[in-house]
Design a protein around this ligand. Structure first.
Ligand SMILES: [Zn+2]
Length: 211
């Protein structure tokens, strides 16, 4: 029986590189990969004549590949069948940025493993910049057959577990929407201790400027 895999890590833990290397491994053995990515960031997307949206997955180490962007309204099980199903069309599904899937889409991927015997590998973040689970990650923790952590380290050397968001001025961001695109904010994987220290410092500074 095929399995649903969830491979999670903090920002900068080479998740995209691992997703692309996994794709390469399958293709080297003549397996067909359906590479998908939730369509949250559309800046690099390109739309075909048939309305299909394509996006380039890029890893910081230089690997890249074209993926199909799927928005939240796409039923992934139905879309798999519409593309021709298993066999010569798809041997394996790989999803990057899987934290942005809806809970229902994660269930559809689980159905692919159980009813179509297609392995599905999901790569993504565990939690947002406020340490709350993303919807896709939450459902994956609940129903994935295999869960593994892709480890990376914090600036202090401990294991990074949370994703801190920093604004233009390099100050940590403690409030805002879960998904924020555009602007110059950047993210950094950190341990909870360093994250909390920065959040506490910021709150102290904010309180001082207020009075
Ligand atoms: Zn740390």
């Amino acid at each position: 029986m095929a399995k649903l895999y969830f491979k999670f890590g903090a920002m900068g833990s080479s998740k995209t590189a691992q997703a692309l290397m996994t794709k390469f491994n399958y293709e080297e053995k003549a397996h067909t990969v359906w590479l998908i990515k939730p369509a949250t960031d559309t800046r690099d997307d390109r739309t075909d004549a048939d309305g299909k949206v394509h996006t380039i997955l890029r890893s910081r180490v230089g690997l890249f590949a074209e993926a199909e962007a799927v928005d939240a309204s796409v039923n992934l099980y139905a879309e798999f069948l519409r593309r021709g199903g298993g066999g010569k069309y798809t041997d394996v599904v790989i999803c990057d940025e899987c934290q942005f899937l809806t809970g229902e889409q994660v269930e559809q991927l689980k159905d692919l493993t159980d009813k179509q015997d297609i392995p599905v590998l999901c790569f993504g973040l565990r939690a947002d910049f406020q340490t709350r689970l993303f919807p896709g990650s939450k459902r994956l923790f609940e129903i994935a057959d295999s869960i593994t952590e892709i480890k990376s380290i914090c600036r202090c050397g401990r294991k990074a577990t949370v994703n801190a968001r920093f604004d233009d001025n390099g100050r940590i961001v403690s409030e805002g929407q879960q998904i924020f695109l555009g602007g110059n904010d950047r993210y950094e994987g950190m341990c909870y201790n360093c994250y909390r220290t920065l959040i506490e410092e910021k709150r102290r500074e904010d309180a001082e400027t207020r009075f």
